[in-house]
Write a protein that binds this ligand. Structure first.
Ligand code: G3I
Length: 370
């Protein structure tokens, strides 16, 4: 299984393998690199899980280093994990990620300082504004301060908006009021002067939510506080990628003077009866909910490839405004979509299959530059 169409190693090891007189060796090629292909256009990132940060599998480490020049921790910098108790922080895995980034020349986007989800359990017991404000302030100062100059950027606030563009009723809105987003950026700016600061959300390419997001960005700027970029997560569905909304969003956000990024890109192929990425929303399994347990049918594979091709064509068209495209996982096996909104499904949302082999979508994306 080592030699299929591509050799699953890089650098010197690949040269050795291709020089061996193994069956198929002559036709084996090195997998083209996404980060090299788009190096003059925008950064190419991936989400990273614990095993990957821990470098438990050398082949995976080499693969990540060969394909990506940016990374976002999928979970380990979220407050529940990095700040598990009122006065206890756990920096072990985040520190490892910084080391990983340095070693492999990968820039890190911190994710995320203020989010209503994956909060430490002690927050549930707090019922007064002063304590929430103390948590909010200490958390941002401590975490953003520790990694200033070590991470490229932070998603300072994540998912503060409802679909209609109004503010989500989170614990932060409830106790700190409408200005909590601006305050989070103000604190981050003080604690991390060398770090780029972003607002990140899903569906914020949709017109109503986009309007709310643009109003937030304007509000932060009007307060004299720095915001460097906006992240459009990009959790879309095959055959339904909203290209027109995406293009309008790139243009409108960029006109506000912020960088535009696609921060959690994946394209779902499994059935779902709602749009977006609200982790609180679940679906009940039925006989149709896991239609492709063995393999993706060609028709869906081709649609997925066409969607990715058109997306990257759009990103390239606006490469002066789009600074980064980050996939939410290295390969299909890593994806959160295998377990959300229904646990234990088999999804195929990324460019690499479960063995890190390029899918037709990868070939289409790479071909745009050849
Ligand atoms: O670590 C525990 C483990 O100890 C336990 O045994 C296991 C049993 O359920 O759960 C593990 O925690 C899971 C964690 O991922 C680590 O794998 C949580 O249950 C699970 O809910 C959590 O899901 C993450 C989700 O955010 C949580 O909100 C996904 O991995 C992660 O991909 C997802 O990422 C979010 C972005 O941060 C923000 N935008 C949406 C995006 C997708 O939901």
């Amino acid at each position: 299984m080592l030699l299929k169409k591509y050799i699953l190693t890089t650098g010197a090891a690949a040269l050795v393998l291709s020089s061996l007189s193994l069956p198929n060796a002559a036709s084996a090629q090195k997998i083209p690199s996404l980060k090299d292909t788009f190096k003059k256009d925008f950064g190419i990132g991936t989400a990273m899980n614990n095993a990957q940060i821990d470098e438990r599998d050398p082949a995976t480490t080499a693969f990540i280093a060969s394909q990506f020049n940016m990374a976002t921790p999928e979970n380990i910098m979220k407050s529940a994990l990095i700040h598990p108790k009122w006065d206890t922080y756990n920096f072990e895995m985040a520190d490892k990620l910084i080391v990983f980034g340095k070693k492999h020349n990968i820039k890190i986007n911190g994710h995320t300082l203020i989010w209503h989800s994956q909060l430490p359990s002690f927050i549930r017991g707090i019922k007064n504004a002063d304590s929430i404000r103390t948590f909010f302030t200490d958390h941002i100062k401590t975490v953003a301060g520790r990694y200033d100059g070590k991470v490229l950027s932070w998603d300072v606030v994540n998912e503060a908006l409802n679909e209609d563009g109004t503010m989500r009723k989170s614990v932060f809105l409830q106790y700190l009021g409408d200005d909590f987003v601006t305050e989070a950026f103000r604190l981050a700016q003080q604690a991390a002067p060398k770090t780029e600061l972003y607002y990140n959300d899903y569906n914020n390419e949709q017109p109503a939510k986009r309007a709310g997001c643009m109003a937030l960005i304007k509000k932060i700027k009007a307060a004299g506080v720095r915001i460097d970029g906006v992240g459009i997560q990009g959790h879309w569905h095959v055959g339904k990628v909203p290209f027109k909304d995406i293009e309008e969003s790139i243009l409108q956000y960029a006109a506000l003077g912020v960088k535009v990024m696609f921060t959690e890109l994946d394209i779902e192929v499994l059935p779902r009866n709602f749009q977006g990425a609200d982790v609180g929303q679940r679906m009940t399994a039925n006989a149709q909910s896991n239609p492709y347990p063995e393999a993706l049918p060609d028709s869906v594979q081709n649609q997925l490839a066409a969607d990715y091709e058109n997306l990257f064509r759009l990103f390239l068209k606006h490469k002066d405004k789009v600074t980064r495209v980050t996939f939410w996982g290295v390969n299909d096996a890593d994806s959160w979509l295998n377990n959300w909104p229904i646990r234990g499904r088999t999804s195929y949302p990324l460019l690499f299959d479960r063995k890190n082999q390029p899918k037709p979508a990868f070939e289409k994306v790479i071909a745009l530059k050849n």
